[in-house]
Design a protein around this ligand. Structure first.
Ligand SMILES: C[S@@+](CC[C@H](N)C(=O)[O-])C[C@H]1O[C@@H](n2cnc3c(N)ncnc32)[C@H](O)[C@@H]1O
Length: 279
């Protein structure tokens, strides 16, 4: 595969059945923090929430349950495979308040003042022109409505201790791959500026990071991804050498077998911003 071509509705990590399972495990790990964030952002029954880059809908299902039958979730993604999973999952759960929209966020247009809240998790890092999206989200969000993001803000905190030089090369390869496809791995730090330019006020920011040890639930989230696809996809796309991939697989195995090792996860930053009343 070349460094610049991805199928039209795919993204750098790859939309697949395996990715649906990985995103489910990831949501299970992050769910508590998402719930706390939504509470901070003032999520209430009856609200309409826009879930941008919803993936297979793990957060959309929770949001739909929380806003209840009087509320609604508009779940947007470019991947037909993921949206099928949202529709199937909603049916299985008996949820009738999720509307799926297949769209590239680069082109998404919504009616004025149609949502009370916008939820964005692990998607803005993959977009080439987030400013254009924010200009379109600004008109879709009702005056006084809130935007809440859990996006990567400092990917460089990802690493094992004891450290190995190959992990720094891996982090650089991840960042380069996302940038090559137009994204920005540490997008969260740009969010106050993106929000300010459309007239929204950033009300809250906080970092989210885990430290974890072998055998713990959280360990399996990043390590499972590294073992299954995270390393090898970078080789396939031409961002990491086969030697570095082999070395990093060995490091992952060694750290997992070492009860004294520690893993810190890539820093996510929660950002809550608000559209002015009458703004
Ligand atoms: C890492 S997943 C996160 C999914 C979900 N937000 C979650 O927290 O589980 C990134 C999602 O963004 C979607 N995506 C990436 N670029 C997109 C774009 N330009 N337009 C629409 N969706 C996009 C992918 O298809 C994928 O579902």
């Amino acid at each position: 595969m070349s460094q610049t071509a991805l199928p039209e509705d795919d993204y750098i990590i790859g939309a697949s059945q395996q990715e649906i399972l990985r995103l489910g495990q990831q949501h299970a790990i992050w769910r508590e923090r998402a719930l706390a964030g939504w509470r901070r952002a003032g999520l209430k029954p009856g609200m309409t929430v826009l879930d941008i880059g919803c993936g297979p809908g793990h957060a959309s299902f929770d949001l739909a349950q929380l806003v209840g039958p009087a509320g609604k979730v508009i779940a947007v993604d470019q991947s037909a495979l993921f949206l099928e999973a949202v529709n199937a999952g909603a049916k299985q759960r008996g949820l009738t308040n999720i509307e799926t929209v297949k769209s590239d966020l680069g082109q998404l247009v919504l009616p004025d003042d149609c949502v009370d809240m916008i939820w964005s998790r692990w998607v803005l890092s993959f977009l080439a022109h987030p400013q254009g999206l924010f200009e379109r989200l600004q008109t879709a969000l009702k005056p006084g409505g809130r935007f809440i993001a859990h996006e990567y803000g400092h990917y460089e905190t990802f690493g094992f201790s004891p450290a190995d030089p190959v992990q720094d090369r891996f982090i650089e390869a991840v960042k380069k791959s996302w940038r090559t496809f137009g994204g920005e791995p540490n997008i969260a730090k740009q969010l106050p500026a993106l929000c300010r330019r459309v007239g929204w006020t950033t009300e809250f920011m906080t970092p989210h990071i885990f430290t974890t040890r072998p055998g713990e639930m959280v360990w399996e989230w990043p390590v499972g991804w590294l073992k299954s696809d995270g390393i090898d996809r970078l080789v396939e796309l031409g961002f990491l050498s086969a030697e570095d991939a082999e070395r990093f697989h060995t490091v992952v195995q060694e750290r997992t077998a070492d009860p004294d090792s520690v893993l810190t996860t890539p820093m996510v930053i929660e950002v809550i911003a608000r559209r002015k009343n009458g703004g």
